[in-house]
Ligand binder design. Structure first.
Ligand SMILES: C[S@@+](CC[C@H](N)C(=O)[O-])C[C@H]1O[C@@H](n2cnc3c(N)ncnc32)[C@H](O)[C@@H]1O
Length: 271
């Protein structure tokens, strides 16, 4: 079970802490993800739905990298995130790139001050809602903001299996203890339930489960300790020998293999 002092990964307090210790949302490690991964499939699927007339809403946009990359291929992008420093970075990048058809908003969709979750855009004003690794709370208000015939496309991490060497890590870094495993069940089922509650249904869903290789103990350490409170992170030098033993015993020719697991889905707004 997760220890109480460690926020669950991807909870609001976890994001607040992450934003305080690194500039922007990115993975602070190097790894190699196998071919056919869900992140690439998501970007390809989104691009296949863009036309010069498409009005896009991006939920949980982080520091705005995806919104800015899509902007040349659509009419407009509105993108929001609850972390103010991510939106500041996004606006800086927008100015630097001279992009005029993107609006970045600092907005918390699940702010308890709202009576109910509400997207920060007008009724019938969106043709495509996208979310990359973002929460799925926004589904509740999707029908209101979408024009008829709109599409929803999102990519969610699926929990990866616990590696067999997890118990060779210090106790606090075991997968079961470090907030990485929520035990909340299948993301596929959660998406279907949310869509059903919103009067929508899944059009297509695809699971992606490909290898992800870490070639050095330091990269593995950076991944295992990502977003943890500083007082929960051991000094690298103190656990280097354990990590090296894990490599010596478990690494293949490309390093330690973990699984890179994503659920990609699509729904349609029909009359
Ligand atoms: C896993 S990150 C992904 C960021 C970005 N989509 C990307 O792919 O790099 C999820 C993002 O959702 C944002 N988020 C989480 N809950 C939110 C909420 N209630 N309202 C707005 N943004 C939220 C987080 O701040 C974070 O930037």
């Amino acid at each position: 079970m997760a220890e109480l002092s460690i926020p669950r990964a991807h909870s609001s307090s976890w994001y607040d802490h992450l934003a305080a210790v690194q500039r922007g949302y990115y993975y602070p490690w190097e790894s190699v993800v196998g071919d056919g991964d869900g992140e690439t499939a998501f970007v390809n699927l989104v691009n296949a739905h863009l036309t010069p007339e498409t009005r896009v809403l991006e939920v949980g946009c982080g520091h705005g990298e995806l919104a800015l990359s899509l902007a040349p291929h659509c009419a407009s992008v509105t993108a929001y995130d609850r972390v103010a420093s991510y939106i500041d970075l996004a606006i800086d990048a927008q100015k630097a790139q001279g992009v005029s058809n993107v609006t970045f908003l600092h907005y918390d969709m699940t702010d308890p001050a709202h009576d109910e979750p509400k997207l920060p855009v007008d009724d019938n004003s969106v043709d495509l809602i996208i979310g990359r690794r973002a929460p799925i709370h926004w589904i509740a208000d999707a029908r209101r903001v979408c024009a008829s015939g709109a599409t929803l496309i999102a990519l969610s991490p699926m929990e990866e299996p616990i590696p067999k060497w997890s118990d060779k890590l210090p106790h606090k870094l075991h997968y079961e203890n470090s907030g990485r495993h929520t035990g909340t069940g299948s993301i596929h089922q959660s998406v279907e339930n949310r869509l059903h509650q919103a009067g929508l249904r899944l059009h297509s869903g695809w699971g992606y489960d490909v290898p992800e290789y870490f070639s050095t103990p330091r990269d593995l350490f950076n991944m295992l300790t990502w977003g943890l409170p500083a007082d929960e992170i051991p000094e690298y030098e103190d656990i280097e020998s354990r990590l090296t033993r894990i490599f010596d015993t478990n690494a293949g020719p490309h390093g330690i293999e973990l699984r890179h697991c994503r659920f990609l889905w699509k729904a349609l707004i029909e009359d």
